[in-house]
Design a protein around this ligand. Structure first.
Ligand SMILES: CC(C)(COP(=O)(O)OP(=O)(O)OC[C@H]1O[C@@H](n2cnc3c(N)ncnc32)[C@H](O)[C@@H]1OP(=O)(O)O)[C@@H](O)C(=O)NCCC(=O)NCCS
Length: 298
């Protein structure tokens, strides 16, 4: 992909003008990103001629229903085997969010019997593979959770996609030095008071890319480099980013802030921003929760 040394980029998305990260060096802007139009949310209207179409859904742990018919037998036993509250909650919240997202992306009802048809099974490296009625389903999916909030990304067709949610929280100098590349470190330094936001955003986009690569943190986090078009776009809108690998691959992506929550997503070839599966997302009014601390073991 061609790299452009630009100070401003017009009309990246929704006619907004994108400011580049100050001092962050050049930012590569993809032609496919420029041509993006907001997805309508109407699942029937989504075409992937301009890249891969995806949908997203978030759920908070306050919304999680009790263990019940919505789980498969295998999920029931997996949950029962998780003794630590955090791991069990994370597992259940992630599964429930994925089931809802997939059901809605297919245009199905989200009653418990339908949700039980949908399952994410881990590939050997941990990446989720979508199954419906016990058979592999032709959709890429990615899952993430942080501080009581889970997010699922569902793709319109098979493919490796990655999403990640983080909160804006303090990140040490050592974290930035050890896990970020030199241009990323400069971007964090140039962000000034927004340095923690920049560090968490870059970290999140790295995790999204490492999920696309299906290595997770087995791979050096400095082998993927994040560029962000604009560090302070309006909240609750998707804004472009890009992740490049040392091998030369490029994953165009998107990020979105809701208060303390940062959500990132990327995939090879890019595409329109993830389309919402509901009019308003609960993440937009959610507070980070660490309730498991009160009762660490079930
Ligand atoms: C992928 C990884 C970076 C995500 O870390 P995280 O921030 O703690 O967790 P998130 O909530 O954002 O994502 C977790 C989800 O990522 C997905 N995931 C796990 N491994 C994955 C991989 N190799 N590729 C793509 N997705 C992966 C799973 O769906 C997982 O949820 P699940 O286990 O309930 O299905 C991390 O789990 C990892 O590096 N895994 C592989 C190596 C490993 O297990 N290392 C041990 C820790 S270093």
């Amino acid at each position: 992909m061609a790299a452009a040394h630009l100070s401003h980029v017009d009309d990246l998305f929704e006619g907004r003008r994108a400011e580049l990260v100050p001092g962050g060096g050049h930012v590569r802007i993809l032609a496919s990103v420029r041509s993006v139009r907001p997805a309508t949310g109407d699942r029937g209207d989504l075409r992937d001629g301009d890249g891969l179409a995806t949908w997203w859904l978030a759920r908070g742990e306050d919304q999680l229903p009790p263990v019940g018919e919505w789980l498969t037998a295998a999920e029931h036993s997996r949950a029962a085997g998780l003794r630590y509250t955090k791991r069990r909650n994370d597992f259940l919240l992630g599964r429930w969010t994925l089931k809802l997202a997939v059901a809605r992306a297919f245009g199905w009802q989200d009653d418990p019997a339908v949700l039980a048809r949908v399952e994410a099974r881990p590939a050997p490296g941990g990446a989720p593979r979508l199954y419906v009625d016990g058979r592999p389903a032709a959709r890429g999916v990615s899952l993430t959770d942080r501080a009581g909030c889970a997010v699922c990304l569902v793709a319109a067709r098979p493919g490796k996609v990655g999403c990640d949610v983080e909160i804006v929280e303090p990140r040490s100098d050592a974290f930035v030095r050890d896990y970020l590349t030199e241009p990323e470190r400069r971007a964090v330094a140039a962000a000034g008071p927004a340095g923690d936001k920049a560090a968490n955003l870059i970290w999140s986009a790295k995790e999204s890319a490492l999920k696309v690569l299906e290595t997770g943190l087995r791979r050096d986090t400095r082998s993927v480099e994040v560029t962000v078009a604009e560090l302070n776009p309006p909240e609750r809108t998707w804004s472009p980013l890009e992740v490049g690998t040392t091998e030369g691959a490029v994953f165009p992506g998107w990020w979105r802030q809701s208060g303390p929550f940062l959500v990132t997503a990327c995939w090879p070839g890019g595409g329109p921003p993830p389309a919402a599966l509901e009019a308003e997302s609960p993440i937009d009014t959610m507070a980070p929760s660490h309730r498991w601390v009160e009762r660490p073991v079930t």
